[in-house]
Structure formats: structure tokens, C-alpha cells
Write a protein that binds this ligand. Structure first.
Ligand code: SMG
Ligand code: MG
Length: 368
């Protein structure tokens, strides 16, 4: 598409309930949306950097800065840009996969809208529905946790992921298993909260038939994860560590994981995410689509990605109402435990301008 201008919007949306992980607590979601305006279409992308650099080195203020000073000018100079050109054009600038991924997502959406092709068809999706999973906050106590998990299971979620940290790991897992039984698909996510030396503690989770332990160690510690993989029966899944297809291939080669959480934003976009899916599939590694509490814009793309055949595990793809009272697009809902893959052109959802304006705290437009 011929790009005329790119708009960056910072949004702040209150979360329905505060979300606590080993990295901190969030009751307000700070997000960054990108709108690419072309000659005959506009496209939207969502940058999954958060307000602060805790999950990732990227954060909203930094993403705006690199987009404004380097990435956006490069795209505007290039003029006519196809989705597959975005990453190569931006590759001279190091890192910043979330900022790059958001720009690529907006170009994909704009291009597909003008071609009248859905994102799922474009990526090669094979499913009309994807199974919904839910990620559960660290709770104040076990009773509150059980109450929350009961609500999610009643709502039809097919898989539950508990956030864990030292002091909140074996007990909550044991309590959930005891109350809801062995049939529930259950996994945990440590967001890097453990260290080498915690093997014995983590091995206690082996008794609970978990689908996986997600990212127990530091993002850079592929070797540590490989050693842990050999010591535990529970499969190791990587999230924060996997920032590109190259790193994914290295992690697989090292035996650092048997499952990968693919978040398009974290790996530089949907096309790189698909590459990781392809590599993993060829290597017998299972993948699932992660989440970053996206609005309907990012969620629509994630649902499309999760419709690819290799996504054999339920993702962190929940209903919009799990996060926000009002989404900025038509809300995603759970039907019999599934989320329907949009079939409209591009991401297949429309931005509700009035709601978006209400949550916008900063906006700038950069033109060619
Ligand atoms: O989108 O449902 C969602 C959130 C899923 O737990 C989730 N994401 O490490 O996988 C993860 C976290 C990252 C965000 S919280 C810091
Ligand atoms: Mg994670």
C-alpha cells in the first residue's frame, strides 16, 4: 500500500480487575495503537509494549520514540510498501520487535482491506474457531483464586493458566487440582521469577500433571531452560526468551523448550510469528498464541494467527470482557469455549472511534 501518514495513539483503559503477575500489578492498561493511512485504505496495528519495561525492554514511551525518529520515516520514504517489505525495511535498526511488529500489523491490515482478504486467509489459517484459554492473576489468597477459576470454567474457558512466583506456586496448583480435578487443562507462568537452583522446588510441580511451566528463568538463559527441561517431567514453554525465529530455532536446537508461546508483537510481527510456527511444526514443538491484554485490534490478529494448523494448544485468547468493560472494536466473546475467527477483510473488526477517543491520552500524526 502507498502510505501517506502514520498515526500513533497512546491509550489508557481501566482493566475490569487488577492483574497481578510476578512482574507487578496492573489495574490500568497503557497501550499504543498505530493507524497507517494509505491512498485507498487504512490499517490498524497494536503495539504490545506496556507502560513500563518490566515484561520486555520495550515500553510505550520508547516505542513512540523509535517509531517517530526512525521506523516511521523509513516507511514513509519507501512509499509503496507491501506487508513482507516492512521487516526488511526496518531491519537496519536493531531490536524493538514490538514497535516494528505494530507497524507491520497496520500495513498488513491496510493492504488486506484493499485486497478484501481476511488476515486468517492471508496467514494460511485452517480453523473457523479457536479454543479460548484464560490467564489468572496471582490472588490474595487461595479462596479468592478458587472463586476466580470457578468463574472462568463456568464461562467455558478450555484451559487455565495460573501466574506463579516463589511463595505462590505449589499451593495454588495443588488447590486448583484438588477442587476442579485432573481433567482441567492447567498450566503455570512464572514470568522469569525463578533462578537456577530452584530446580527442586519447580520439580514439585511435576506431581500435578501440568501442560507446561512457562518461562521460569531469565529471558537470556536458554541453557538454564535446557538443563531444567532435562530435570523436570513438566514441559518447559518459552515466552519472554523467544524474540525472533532465530532465537526460536536456537532454543529448539538446545532443547530449552518443548512448547513455545508465540506472541506476534514480541517477535516483530505476524510474519515472523508464522515463521516460528513453521519451524516449531517441523521440529515437533507445540505452539500456542500468547496475549498481552490486547484491545480488539491486536486480539483480532492473534485469533487469526491462532487459526493456523500448528497452534495445537489453547492460547491466552479470552473474551474482551475479561479485560475491559468496553473494547474499542466489537467485542470478542466466548461461544462454547471458542472464539470465532473474523472473516472480514484485514483484521475483520472495526474501530469504534468514540470509544477510542475516550481512552486516548496522546496522539500524533506523522506525514510523508
Ligand atoms: O492477554 O490474557 C492476556 C494476558 C496473558 O498472561 C498473559 N500475558 O507472560 O504471558 C504472559 C503475560 C504477559 C502480560 S502480563 C505482564
Ligand atoms: Mg508468559
Amino acid at each position: 500500500m502507498k502510505i501517506r501518514s502514520i498515526e500513533l495513539r497512546t491509550i489508557q483503559i481501566p482493566r475490569v480487575t487488577a492483574f497481578r503477575t510476578s512482574l507487578g500489578v496492573q489495574s490500568m492498561h497503557t497501550g499504543l495503537l498505530v493507524r497507517v493511512e494509505g491512498d485507498d485504505a487504512e490499517g490498524w496495528g497494536e503495539c504490545v509494549s506496556e507502560g513500563d519495561p518490566t515484561y520486555s525492554p520495550e515500553y510505550v514511551g520508547g516505542a513512540i520514540s523509535i517509531m517517530r525518529d526512525f521506523l516511521v520515516p523509513r516507511l514513509l520514504e519507501a512509499g509503496d510498501v507491501r506487508p513482507q517489505h516492512v521487516a526488511p525495511l526496518l531491519s537496519k535498526y536493531r531490536g524493538n520487535p514490538m514497535a516494528k511488529g505494530a507497524l507491520e500489523a497496520a500495513v498488513i491490515d491496510g493492504q488486506l482491506r484493499s485486497w478484501d482478504i481476511s488476515m486468517s486467509d492471508y496467514l494460511g489459517g485452517t480453523r473457523a474457531e479457536v479454543p479460548a484459554g484464560v490467564s489468572v492473576s496471582i490472588a490474595d489468597d487461595i479462596d479468592k483464586l478458587l472463586e476466580e477459576v470457578a468463574g472462568h470454567l463456568d464461562a467455558g474457558y478450555r484451559r487455565v493458566k495460573l501466574k506463579i512466583e516463589p511463595g505462590w506456586d505449589v499451593e495454588p496448583v495443588r488447590a486448583v487440582r484438588e477442587r476442579f480435578g485432573d481433567e482441567v487443562l492447567l498450566q503455570v507462568d512464572a514470568n522469569t521469577a525463578y533462578e537456577r537452583g530452584d530446580e527442586r522446588l519447580l520439580a514439585r510441580l511435576d506431581d500435578y500433571d501440568l501442560l507446561m511451566i512457562e518461562q521460569p528463568l531469565d529471558p537470556d538463559d536458554l541453557v538454564g531452560h535446557a538443563e531444567l527441561s532435562r530435570q523436570l517431567r513438566t514441559p518447559i514453554c518459552l515466552d519472554e526468551s523467544v524474540t525472533s525465529a532465530r532465537v526460536a530455532a536456537a532454543a529448539i536446537r538446545l532443547g530449552a523448550c518443548s512448547i513455545i508461546n508465540i506472541k506476534p508483537g514480541r517477535v516483530g510481527g505476524y510474519l515472523e510469528a508464522r515463521r516460528i510456527h513453521d519451524i516449531a511444526r517441523a521440529s515437533g514443538i507445540r505452539v500456542w498464541c500468547g496475549g498481552m491484554a490486547e484491545t480488539g485490534i491486536g486480539r483480532a490478529g492473534n485469533v487469526a494467527l491462532a487459526s493456523l494448523a500448528g497452534f495445537t494448544l489453547p492460547g491466552d485468547i479470552s473474551a474482551s470482557s475479561r479485560y475491559y468493560e468496553r473494547d474499542i472494536t466489537e467485542p470478542f466473546v466466548i461461544n462454547d469455549g471458542d472464539v470465532t475467527v473474523p472473516t472480514g477483510a484485514g483484521i475483520g473488526v472495526e474501530v469504534h472511534q468514540d470509544v477510542l477517543d475516550e481512552y486516548t491520552v496522546a496522539r500524533e500524526v506523522i506525514s510523508a
